[in-house]
Design a protein around this ligand. Sequence first.
Ligand SMILES: [Fe+2]
Ligand SMILES: [Fe+2]
Length: 282
Amino acid sequence: MIRILLIGDIVGKPGLKIVQRGLAFLRRREALDFVVANGENIADGSGITPGLHRKLLAAGVDCVTLGDHIYRRQEISESLKTEATILKPANYPPTAPGRTWTVLPTAAGVKIAVISLLGRVFMRPVDCPWQAIDRVLAEIPAEVVVRVIDFHAEATSDKQLLGRYLDGRVSAVVGTHTHVTTADEQIFPGGTAFQCDIGMTGPHHSILGRRIDRVLETTVSFLPTHFDVATDDVRLCGTIVDVDEQTGKAHAIRRLVLTLAEVETAEQAAAAAALPVTPPLM
Ligand SMILES: [Fe+2]
Ligand SMILES: [Fe+2]
């Protein structure tokens, strides 16, 4: 059995910080084999840079998925063309930079396929996700049976449809993009783990990660403001899926929330454990 953590949209510096401070601890506590993180909001709330991609890898993320904000920072195009640890949505046009799927190994050598797709309901139109996923699944080597999909989409119905469409063909379909966790995690009859949205990693005293006062002011008055990333109540939100590496079927799925307070407690415990032992008095 292998254990995969999928981390919901990481927003700005607060989101990056809790991943940097908490993920090594989480990898140990939860015995994680592989970590996928959605990084589309990490560069000040929108997009990602090559440096931030590297920081996520250094923090313990194995693969970064993105979404509708993928090209907001254009310098990421080069990484998308050359790196195996970052993906574009598979239903973006072929001319858009980035790979449509990747296969990466766990430390024990189990190969994991990761695919990102974008929804089309209440979002900017893109190519058909159904045709794109059929194309991609046919391209991935048959021996790679552990397959994880990040469906970056707005509508829960859209997400349920993709989950049902892929039941029995992939290990997990989890949603991102709304920044709000849904409580519908389940294993479908064919063995596919599913959840409409795995939530947001960042400041939760906010409107989807942005300052409440700024978003409110613009919404009420129609005057533009800058939607700065908020700062308070930072949480890492994601979902853990256990998958049989022989069959690719999911056996368990559970939601995970890590607060900054929990990270601080873990850091204090680690610091106390590292204190030199006082030699006994002679
Ligand atoms: Fe998004
Ligand atoms: Fe997002």
